[in-house]
Every structure is written in structure tokens, then in C-alpha cells.
Design a protein around this ligand. Structure first.
Ligand SMILES: O=C(O)CCC(=O)C(=O)O
Length: 245
């Protein structure tokens, strides 16, 4: 495993490492989450459709995200435990880490919607803001065209700002325009099988997908083992915290 650039991480609050996994391994994850997604969609109650379906794709019902694959899908749990990934996570957080929460983001072709800028630490309310890092695993090439992540360089060194939710979207917490107007956002394309890491305070967002290609990703939210989500903005199931090392 190549050494991780800790200087870049500390100053910028994010880091891209390509080639962590092979493309064929990502294909196996995609096959599994497609099956899971079909079953989830078939059972999705009316009241949850606005949060889980992609609002940008009008022609058909298509999922925007799925929660906690690390707890429900052995193939994702294997990724979360994989030493090729965990070695990098421990380089960033220190030894002894758990996955607290995880998400699959689908961002479908021809309309997949944007994710507004936010800080994970506002959502999670951790006991130590330095103890949270997300590993965002690219299941497809993530490009400028299909909606890769963008980061606010150095925002890991600043505070966690209050977020707001637009009318009728109570879960869609985001940073206010007045804060974002002062902060340029840098794109972070990643190749399939690569991993984009971000600190829990780092501003991040993704654009819409107007391309013909999927932009799927698996985000594993790691914490140091002593960290809890003590004052979360949304409910998280502490019982799903999975000790890795
Ligand atoms: O994949 C996206 O568009 C959003 C990802 C995100 O917000 C995260 O991984 O924390």
C-alpha cells in the first residue's frame, strides 16, 4: 500500500487515492446493490419516496440512495473490513476504527440530481470532530460530467456551521448561501475502484448527472472507536456501529 499524503489531508481535508480496488470488484458490488435496490424500491412506503427516490429522473422511479449497506450486505461489509482500505483509514484517524453509518449513492444517468453542500459533522454531531472520516468508494468512474464530488479546500480547519433544510425536505440539510459564497469548491474526479476520503468538517457537494453513465458510490463513514454521534441532526442507529479494528 502506498503511503498516504497526510500533509495534504491535514491542510485540504480530503484526499483521493485511485486503484484501491479492482474494477471487477466494483462490478460485483454493483450487482449486489442493484438486487437490494429492486427489493427496497418494491417495499418503499409512500411517505419515504421523496427522500429515497431521485427527484431529477422523472421518467421512472429510481433510487437516489440506500442506507447502511455495511449492516445489510455482506459484500459491502467485506469492503469496510478490507485491509487495502482500512490501512488508509487508520492512517487518517489513528488505530482502532468503526463504521458508524454508510450509504450507497446511485446518481443515475440523464437526470440524477445534485447533492447540496454540507458538512457530515453537522449531520452526525460527533463527540470529537477530528474522529470522523468518510471513505467514498467510486463504483463507477466519477467525472465532471456525471457528478463527481466537490470539496471546500481547508474547510476541515474551520467550524461546523448551522445548516438549513428547504421547505418540505426536512432531511436535506445544507450549508447556507452566505457561507458558500465565500468558499470555492474544487472538483475531485475519481476512477472506478478509487476512494475519495473526506474529513467530517469538510464542505462537499456533487452536481447533477447529465451524462449517459451511472455515477454510483459507496460512502463508509468511519469513526475512531471512542467517538459517538452524541448530538446528531438526524436519527442514526447506534446499534449498527460496526467495529473494524
Ligand atoms: O455522493 C454524493 O453525491 C454525496 C456524498 C456525500 O455527501 C458523502 O459521502 O458524505
Amino acid at each position: 500500500m502506498d503511503a498516504i499524503d497526510l500533509g495534504f489531508w491535514r491542510h485540504q481535508g480530503h484526499l483521493t487515492v485511485n486503484g484501491v480496488f479492482a474494477a471487477a470488484e466494483m462490478d460485483a458490488v454493483v450487482r449486489d446493490i442493484e438486487q437490494w435496490g429492486e427489493a427496497f424500491l418494491a417495499e418503499l412506503p409512500e411517505g419515504q419516496r421523496a427522500w429515497y427516490l431521485d427527484g431529477g429522473v422523472k421518467a421512472r422511479a429510481v433510487l437516489r440512495k440506500l442506507d447502511n449497506p455495511h449492516a445489510h450486505r455482506p459484500v459491502v461489509q467485506a469492503l469496510a473490513r478490507d485491509p487495502r482500505l482500512v490501512g488508509h483509514v487508520e492512517a487518517l484517524l489513528g488505530p482502532g476504527v468503526s463504521v458508524y453509518f454508510s450509504q450507497i449513492f446511485f446518481k443515475p444517468p440523464e437526470g440524477g440530481g445534485p447533492k447540496p453542500a454540507h458538512q457530515d459533522n453537522f449531520y452526525f454531531g460527533p463527540t470529537d470532530i477530528e474522529g470522523v472520516a468518510t471513505a467514498w468508494i467510486a463504483l463507477d468512474d466519477a467525472t465532471l460530467e456525471n457528478g463527481c464530488l466537490y470539496f471546500g479546500d481547508g474547510t476541515n480547519l474551520g467550524p461546523v456551521y448551522p445548516h438549513f433544510a428547504p421547505e418540505g425536505e426536512p432531511f436535506n440539510l445544507q450549508l447556507p448561501k452566505a457561507v458558500l459564497d465565500r468558499q470555492p469548491m474544487t472538483p475531485a474526479p475519481v476512477r472506478k475502484g478509487g476512494v475519495s476520503f473526506h474529513h467530517g468538517n469538510t464542505f462537499h457537494q456533487s452536481g447533477p448527472n447529465h451524462s449517459t453513465k451511472w455515477r454510483r458510490a459507496c460512502a463508509l463513514h468511519y469513526v475512531r472507536n471512542d467517538v459517538e454521534f452524541a448530538s446528531p441532526a438526524l436519527p442514526y442507529d447506534n446499534g449498527l456501529k460496526l467495529r473494524i479494528t
